[in-house]
Each structure stands twice: as C-alpha cells, then as structure tokens.
Design a protein around this ligand. Structure first.
Ligand code: CAA
Length: 390
C-alpha cells in the first residue's frame, strides 16, 4: 500500500518587506541579499496574525465534507509556539470545523518537526488505512533588528493531508536521520527572538545533511543518480544551493549551474518570496517544486532533506504520483503571493516591534489580516480567533 501526501497548500502573511528596502536601510549592497543569500522578499505578519491564523489559512482549502470526519489526527509543527501547554492545533481543529473524535498534538524540534509529523502520520495510516492525518507546520521567524539573521526572517504555514493511496506523493519507507546536541540556533522560553551562531549553523546544517544521507544509504535508499529532484530545508534559498552542491560532491558528482537549476531550481521560487518559515520551509519548497517544474514529474523520485537546529536532520525520498498536476493549487498560491501589500521600512519595523500583550487585559487588534482567519484580540490571557469581517 502506498502512503503519503494527498493534498498540500500553503499560506503566508498579507504583507511583505522587499529585501532591497532592508538593504538600503542597513547600508548593505542589495545583491548581498538577492544573490548572496538568495532572497527577494520576506513575509511580515500583521498584528492580528499568528501561527494559528497562518496555519488555519493554509489548511482551509484542504478541508471538505468528505474528509472532515476522516481526519482523526492533527499534528501541529512549530518552533514559535504561543502556549507552553495548549497545542495550537486545537484552535485550528475548531476553526476548520473538524470532528471532535480527533487527537491533536504539537511537535517541536526547530525546523525539523513537520518531518517527524509526516513519519508519524505515515505510521498511523499504515496501521489503519482508513484514517487521514492533517499536518500543519507554521512559524514566524524573528532574529531582531540589525542582526545578521535579520535578512533571513519571514513567516508562513503549510498544511498537508497524509493518507493511503495519495494523489501527490508516495513517501518511501527508507530514511536516514542524524541528531547531535549542538548550540547553533535556539530560543530560550523567555526570549521573543532566536539566538543564532549564523556561520556555525550553516556548517552544522551541511554536516547533518552528509550524515543523514549516509544513514539513508545504509537503510537501502535510492542513489543520488536515481533521484530526479531534491528539496531542502530553506532558511534562505542559497542554503539549498550550498546543500545540493555538497551532496553532489559527497557522491562524486559534478554540479554545474544548469544541472543545479534543473534539480532544485523550481523548488526555490516561493521561499524566495516568503523568507524563512522554519518548520514549513521544506514543504513550501516541495509545493514550489510540484507547481513550478516545467517537466512532468510523474513517476520521478525526489529526495528531501529536513533540518532543525540543535540539531536533527533527516533525509528521505518519495515518488511523484501520475496525474499530480490535476490537484495543483498553483493559481491560488500565486494570487496570494502577488496580492500581498508591500511595506516600507517603517511599516516593517512597527509590525516587528509589536509583541503580544502580557497583562491579561482586554486587547483588540485592528483588522489587517488578509486571509480568512484572524486573531481578533487577547482577553484574560485567552486568544480570540474569528473569521475576517466577523
Ligand atoms: N553580491 C553578491 N553576494 C554577496 C555580496 C554582494 N554584494 N555581499 C556578500 N555576498 C555573499 C557572501 O559572499 C556570502 O556568500 P557565501 O555564503 O557563499 O560565502 C553571502 O552573501 C552572505 O554574506 P555573509 O556571509 O557576509 O552574510 P552574514 O554574515 O551577514 O550572514 C547568515 C549570513 C550567517 C546566513 C545570517 O543571515 C544568519 O545568521 N542567518 C540566520 C541563521 C541561518 O539561517 N542559518 C542557516 C542554517 S541553520 C537552519 O537552517 C535552521 C534555521 O532555519 C534557522
């Protein structure tokens, strides 16, 4: 029986900052961001958006009367959690009108946890093929003003349904993992922005890739040559290019620009416009690949590398299903990205300076969110989610 991804959709905030604007403010050459790190824009959340509204907006197109009661598990992956106790997915379950005979849980391991969710979901479906699992990965990446990480901020959420006989992607059982206790990137509970040793984090990322790949090979995985396309965790798109060149060298392969573009290029488009979306980033890259590769990928095998600082890496593979293009949500995704509102530097600085009220008072936020759901306010330490216009 084949198990994997049946449907997938993503969402980012309705506002963005061009990195050229950030470069101008920071006195940097815009090409450092555009070419050096490979980013054009970054998503900036409105005051009435958070990981729950991003996630619910990403998942909404996937839910219908046919699958509402079949989804028996919701796995919410994030590293920008809003609560130490309650899983953010419980809000999403209500907002989407999912059945109440459903388990909901939140998973954390930096940018990696959506892949843990995927592997767990495949296990659940293999054991009971009638069930469907909804996975949502949602994050807001913040490093702070005037830090080297500032240009690699962003926000976004991805949602996908895992089921038997999937229409998009059949996930292979072979995988390779690597974990090591390192301090390359972390965020203590008392901080709103991440701490990062930037250069070290890129070195550890590549080490985790090599070791995960080795473990994937030992597990009987496909060879480099058998994989047609590759998707990587994308803290910034240049990282994906560095990773792919490294993997090619590890396998004694040469990687010229044309081959690099063919094997990973289509998967970079959306992330270049959104910035880092942490746990969602690999899977937004996957959507980008499926929706923008000019070739028909039916029957082709793709390799995926998931990385979460701290660190856990996993390399796994999947086969694109015949007819996958029929279920593409490309038009809606492009429309969402193209209708976002451009911010100037002051607008970005004002939104990124905003922190959630912590006093337990009654706070309501102006309606700025562009999606279907918004965070209307926080009252008595409780978040109030509504539909836009409600
Ligand atoms: N034209 C073209 N390229 C230029 C340029 C110009 N005018 N000016 C600089 N560049 C190039 C540099 O040569 C460099 O390229 P290489 O990496 O190929 O050498 C690139 O632009 C970046 O320049 P710097 O190295 O000087 O950049 P920096 O020191 O300001 O910061 C960073 C880069 C370390 C990635 C920083 O943005 C950062 O700390 N980001 C957050 C951490 C991060 O994303 N780490 C990734 C791995 S960890 C992970 O993946 C988990 C996660 O999601 C966080």
């Amino acid at each position: 029986m084949s198990v994997g991804i049946d449907d997938i959709s993503f969402y980012s905030s309705g506002m963005f900052l061009p990195l050229a604007t950030l470069a101008e403010h920071n006195g940097e050459d815009p090409d450092k961001y555009r070419i050096g790190i490979g980013q054009n824009r970054m998503g900036v959340p409105a005051q009435d958006e958070d990981i729950v509204t991003l996630a619910a907006n990403a998942a909404r197109p996937l839910i219908n009367d046919e699958n509402r009661e079949k989804i028996t598990t919701v796995l919410f992956a994030t590293e920008s959690s809003i609560d130490q106790s309650k899983a953010a997915g419980v809000y999403v379950q209500r907002l989407l009108g999912l059945g109440s005979n459903c388990r909901v849980v939140e998973l954390k391991q930096a940018c990696y946890s959506a892949t843990a969710a995927l592997q767990m979901a495949c296990g659940l479906v293999a054991r009971k093929p009638s069930v469907q699992v909804l996975i949502v990965a949602s994050d807001i990446a913040r490093y702070g003003f005037d830090t080297p990480g500032e240009a690699t901020q962003g926000c976004g959420a991805v949602a996908f349904i895992v089921k038997a006989e999937p229409r998009l992607l059949s996930v292979h059982a072979e995988n390779g993992c690597y974990s090591e206790d390192v301090m390359d990137f972390w965020r203590p509970n008392y901080m709103d922005t991440a701490l990062v040793d930037g250069k070290y984090s890129t070195i550890i990322y590549l080490k985790a890739l090599r070791q995960s790949w080795k473990n994937y090979q030992e597990a009987g995985g496909l060879s480099f040559g058998e994989l047609s396309r590759f998707c990587y965790h994308l803290p910034f798109t240049k990282m994906g290019e560095k990773a792919h060149r490294k993997l090619a060298v590890t396998n004694g392969e040469t990687m010229d620009e044309a081959r690099l573009e063919q094997q990973i290029g289509a998967g970079l488009h959306y992330n270049r416009q959104i910035g880092n979306s942490y746990s969602a980033s690999l899977y937004i890259g996957l959507v980008s690949l499926l929706e923008n590769d000019a070739e028909d990928l039916s029957g082709k095998h793709i390799g995926l590398f998931s990385y979460g600082s701290g660190c856990v890496g996993e390399f796994f593979s999947a086969t694109v299903q015949p007819g996958y293009k029929t279920f593409s949500r490309r038009a809606a995704h492009i429309d969402m990205l193209e209708t976002r509102q451009e911010l100037d530097y002051e607008g970005y600085a004002s939104l990124f300076s905003h922190t959630s009220p912590k006093d337990g008072g009654e706070h309501y936020f102006a309606e700025e969110a562009a999606g279907h759901f918004r965070l209307a306010g926080i009252h008595d330490h409780k978040r109030i989610y509504t539909e836009v216009g409600e």
